[in-house]
Design a protein around this ligand. Sequence first.
Ligand code: HEM
Length: 443
Amino acid sequence: MPTQTHPFDIPSHDGRVSLIDEPTQNLPPPIFDAKQLEDNFARKGLSLDEMVTLSGAHSIGVSHCSSFSTRLYTFNATHPQDPSMDPSFAKELKAKCPPPPSSGNGPNPTVPLDVLTPDKLDNKYYKDLNNHHGLLTSDQTLLSSSATAGIVRNNARNDAAWANKFAAAMVKMGSIDVLTGKQGEGCDASILLDSTPRKPTEKENIANNPSLRGYEVIDEAKAELEAQCPQTVSCADIIAFAARDSAYKVGGINYKVESGRRDGRVSLIDEPTQNLPPPFFDAKQLEDNFARKGLSLDEMVTLSGAHSIGVSHCSSFSTRLYTFNATHPQDPSMDPNFAKELKAKCPPPPSSGNGPNPTVPLDVLTPDKLDNKYYKDLNNHHGLLTSDQTLLSSSATAGIVRNNARNDAAWANKFAATMVKMGSIDVLTGEQGEVRKNCRVVN
Ligand code: HEM
């Protein structure tokens, strides 16, 4: 069994919660008024001043029109437009945000939250509010409410004082049941938490269900560990060790894995949609997606080699066989004979959406071995997913594919190193999270 090291403080913690409704209960919606915001922050132990101070984070970033279009078009029975918004500002916003169509499916562009210095984190947000240029109800209400108007004016006057308060409040907020990174998004075993009837977790996301399997293997390892040393090895560590041992078993690839991860308490059904790349992504989109996790283009192509093992449901690539685009029903980047074989296994999906959904190997050459044959598949135009074949189609990655196809040992070395790196993304350590007793539920 390969060895393990302990770079993260020990013991490691598992999170305790994975709830679809979690954001609804905790994140204040953009329509809240100052009193509702105050109550919401108070439940997390944050004062009125800290609430107003933290709202200054809206001095950077953008908002979708849908978050404030009510203020422009359907405010209330007497005022279609929110009277607390400067009418000229409302006119400018209307030019960018058309009225939402009644079907609910219109375009939904974004606009800056802070019109004065949209790309700088500073106190100009409070000046926006003084000018009645707050974008969300929850922004402008801080000036409308007498309880908070004074704090807004003070923050608008003194950038340094606001910045100090902001830093302190951020530190305080950072220690409130927040893990590393966003909740339930890193290597914190949030994927293992079972849904409850009221609270669907990551497991239910279309990216994982029906694809992800093997939960029972983790359960077995956990049961054995709990019997011998209770609450010592986190579920997050067990996943990392299982990946390491699988790579050794099916590919002879051996690498050391650090331990000390702790388990998260949150698992949100929507989280995978924001983080996991879908199978129809092209090389550029994949590059951006991996870059957000600190992984390079080469590392992205190298890790994709994991598709030299395992299977995919037909639903993950059937568009490539039947409904590719207006001129080509079949993806021209796929070898036509290969497409014919796949069509025999994957019938066209019925329009009802409820047909059979069999699986086929991701790597036709050596389906049960973790090796570089996946890259040879791509050279043969036998990549199964768009996100596989695009690595050869894109000039930025084609050279890496060809090198990996030529040199199995070099690829295996890079793969091992990148698996170690991936296993330390957004981990919880020290006192964060917990060590779950049962990987499917929080303690
Ligand atoms: C490059 C972006 C990636 C995309 C878009 C992607 C997408 C997918 C999809 C759609 C499937 C088939 C799911 C199904 O239909 O059942 C799959 C399977 C798989 N993926 Fe990926 N994946 C990516 C990267 C990775 C990475 C980085 C790894 C690990 C290092 C990995 C490991 C696997 C494995 C082992 C399977 C087979 C699972 C099984 O046999 O049940 N994938 N992937």
